[in-house]
Design a protein around this ligand. Structure first.
Ligand code: ADP
Ligand code: MG
Length: 243
């Protein structure tokens, strides 16, 4: 499971995370929503130390780390527990779809190439891109690139997958194919944290939802509670403006 306690992060004088607590049980999906600039990206980037938190206890799978006093080894261990899917895909441009997926298996996990390729092909199939295995990212649509990047995240069999607005860079007609893939892996009981602006998707795929604003959790609840009966005025306003 994932447990975060009193996570704090400032950029100079700007307090971005003002003591965030959250928990995600194994196999569950947590969505994080909130206005632009509210610290959603900073929050999930702190979970793998892409941003170094100022303080907080982070527990993910086999890793447990106190941000104020942690070793390089603890950071590595923490990073090995998650894989991240970015808004802009971040694929290796000089590698094919299949190579993008197998790279970490071969280099980090020291897996024989043949075995890595078998896993890679299985994952490409899972995201509906078997026929694109030899394509370079530039020859794939945004939706296809994002599906490769999801397959790459799955390849490492992480304890959890972190998504930062996975569909925000996509043309509208390509959004649903990516959301469909994320839904299908949620159904396989993959633990996930998803930052998203897609409220219908968040409602459908999440077990729990957190709404953050100004560095604090304004409201949290089960997906049903949160969307059907928001309690806080700030949440109601946010949902109204999107709907
Ligand atoms: P969100 O993802 O919710 O839109 P972010 O986490 O990206 O918000 O940003 C939260 C706030 O922190 C914003 O005011 C942003 O300008 C600021 N911020 C984010 N990253 C940095 C950084 N590396 N240096 C300085 N300020 C940053
Ligand atoms: Mg963001």
């Amino acid at each position: 499971m994932i447990k975060v306690t009193n996570l704090r992060k400032s950029f100079n004088d700007l307090v971005v995370l003002n003591g965030i607590d959250l928990e995600v049980k194994d196999g569950e999906v947590l969505s994080i929503i909130g206005p632009s600039g509210s610290g959603k990206s900073t929050l999930i980037r702190c979970l793998n130390f892409l941003e170094k938190p100022d303080a907080g206890l982070i527990e993910i799978g086999n890793a447990r780390l106190n941000a104020e006093s942690c070793t390089r080894k603890e950071i590595q261990q923490l990073r090995s527990q998650t894989a991240m899917v970015f808004q802009n895909y971040n694929l290796f441009k000089n590698k094919t779809a299949l190579q993008n997926i197998t790279e970490s298996l071969i280099v980090v996990k020291k897996m024989p190439k043949k075995e890595a390729n078998e896993i890679g092909m299985e994952l490409l199939k899972q995201v509906g891109l078997e026929s694109k295995k030899d394509n370079y990212p530039a020859t794939l649509s945004g939706g296809q690139q994002q599906r490769v990047s999801i397959a790459r995240a799955l390849a490492m069999r992480p304890h959890a997958i972190l998504f930062d607005e996975p569909t925000s860079s996509l043309d509208p007609e390509l959004v649903s194919e990516v959301l469909q893939v994320i839904k299908s892996i949620a159904e396989m009981k993959t633990t996930m944290i998803i930052v998203t602006h897609e409220m219908d998707f968040a409602r459908e795929v999440s077990d729990h939802v957190i709404f953050i604003a100004n560095g604090n959790i304004v409201e949290q609840g089960t997906s049903k509670e949160f969307f059907n009966h928001p309690r806080e005025e700030r949440t109601k306003q946010f949902l109204k403006h999107l709907g």
